[in-house]
Every structure is written in structure tokens, then in C-alpha cells.
Design a protein around this ligand. Structure first.
Ligand code: HEC
Length: 111
């Protein structure tokens, strides 16, 4: 009986700390965001799968983060990316920039 109570307390405690961690404003993991949102157009490694979607793999992190902020604030105007960037925080943009910078670029001139 006592051990069940201890277990219950542990589970309740864990779920409380989980919900605190998942609170709004807490940056999400870049790989998770890419896998859930960006992958359909940019590919998991930032090498575009869709015509018209630019390649992001190997691009500079600062440039990518700035682009996302520019879509969000309206400095860059694109209906698709304005919509997707509006849900991102600045920290998430920085993390996404670093994520794509660390991927290989397939931009090259075939010889
Ligand atoms: C429905 C397709 C689609 C999805 C999903 C999408 N994008 Fe895009 N993305 C585009 C298109 C199209 C452009 C080019 C827009 C333009 O002309 O400015 C673009 C442009 C960008 C750019 C600017 C690249 C450059 O070279 O200037 C970044 C950075 C970017 N996307 C990141 C993301 C991230 C991060 C996500 C996920 C949160 C995402 N995109 C989701 C289609 C998409």
C-alpha cells in the first residue's frame, strides 16, 4: 500500500514537472519542429523536396534565423513562410538556423 502511494506521488510529480517544462515560451527542439512542420517542403536535412522551396542545408545559421524573423515581422513577404514562422519564437529560429547549417548542402555544380 505504502509503495503504491509513493509510486502515485512520483507519477503525479513527474507529470507536474513535465507540464511545467512544456509551458508556452519554452523552445521546442529544432529537429522535432523540422520533422513535424518543415520536412514536407524543405526535407529533413534542408534539401528541398518541393519545387520553389529553397535549399536550407549548409546555409549560414544567422541568415536562416534572420530570414525566419523577417517572414514573421513582414520584412520578407511570403504567404507560406509568414504562416509557418509566426508560430516560432526567436530561440527556436536560432536553433533551426543551427540545425540546417549543420546539414550537408547538395548545392553544387555537377561536372
Ligand atoms: C508548404 C511548404 C513549406 C513549408 C512547410 C515550410 N517552408 Fe520554408 N519556404 C517555403 C518556400 C516556398 C520558401 C521561399 C519563400 C520566398 O520566396 O521567400 C521558403 C523559404 C524559407 C526560408 C528562407 C530561405 C532562404 O534561402 O532565404 C527559410 C529559412 C525557411 N523557409 C525555413 C522553414 C522552416 C524552419 C520551416 C518549418 C518551421 C519551413 N520553412 C516550412 C516553403 C515551405
Amino acid at each position: 500500500m505504502f509503495s503504491r502511494l509513493v509510486l502515485l506521488c512520483f507519477i503525479l510529480g513527474a507529470s507536474v514537472s513535465w507540464s511545467v517544462q512544456a509551458e508556452e515560451g519554452e523552445p521546442r527542439d529544432a529537429a522535432q519542429i523540422v520533422g513535424e512542420v518543415c520536412v514536407g517542403c524543405h526535407g529533413v536535412d534542408g534539401n528541398a523536396m518541393v519545387m520553389g522551396a529553397p535549399k536550407l542545408g549548409g546555409q549560414k545559421a544567422d541568415y536562416l534565423a534572420k530570414s525566419l524573423m523577417d517572414y514573421k515581422t513582414g520584412i520578407r513577404n511570403n504567404a507560406v513562410m509568414s504562416a509557418f514562422s509566426s508560430a516560432l519564437s526567436e530561440k527556436e529560429m536560432d536553433a533551426l538556423g543551427k540545425y540546417f547549417e549543420s546539414q550537408d548542402s547538395t548545392l553544387s555544380v555537377p561536372r
